[in-house]
Design a protein. Structure first.
Length: 171
């Protein structure tokens, strides 16, 4: 590691109010310390003020989807949609269990979770995994969407997909 890098590390690691001293060590190298060494002439170093950035609140918070609004909302994610669902034929799931995937871009952020909506009702537990399983779904026509939520707040919702589940019915 170079001395310049060590100097920068010293500056980062020290509290704002600390004083830095510059001196020449016994080997003739320039050294820096937050304590003036005994028996060596050390000069205080004047440091420029530290830069700081205050977090900014977003100008336009992401809209939330409401029960009346079935259209996908525009928000934080440029892509949010369900994949692995049939578009023209019935989904064959003999026991009514199948998995859907979530295509999302950019990646799911911080505290956000996925929540499925089956027939416009929350289904299962929210998850941060983009592969969601549905279990024992009745045969017939269903609608499915995925929401990105933060606690109970809906951040964004995918378009709703309609599909048919086909199951073998045993008498």
């Amino acid at each position: 590691m170079g001395r310049g890098f060590l100097y920068i590390l010293l500056l980062i690691a020290l509290p704002v109010a600390a004083q830095i001293y510059k001196y020449t060590d016994a080997n003739g190298n320039t050294a820096y310390s937050n304590q003036p060494p005994d028996g060596v002439t050390a000069q205080p170093v004047d440091l420029p003020p530290l830069n700081s950035v205050e977090p900014q609140a977003p100008n336009n918070p992401a809209p939330t989807a409401t029960a009346e609004s079935r259209e996908p909302s525009k928000g934080v994610y440029e892509i949010l949609e369900l994949t692995n669902l049939p578009t023209t034929e019935a989904l064959r799931a003999n026991n009514g269990t199948f998995t859907v995937n979530v295509l999302i871009k950019p990646r799911l952020q911080g505290p956000h979770l996925f929540r499925l909506l089956l027939d416009e009702q929350p289904y299962g537990q929210p998850s941060n995994v983009p592969s969601l399983q549905l279990v024992n779904i009745d045969r017939g026509l269903h609608s499915l969407a995925v929401q990105v939520i933060d606690a109970e707040t809906v951040i964004q919702q995918s378009p709703t997909a309609t599909f048919t589940v086909q199951r073998v019915h045993k008498p």
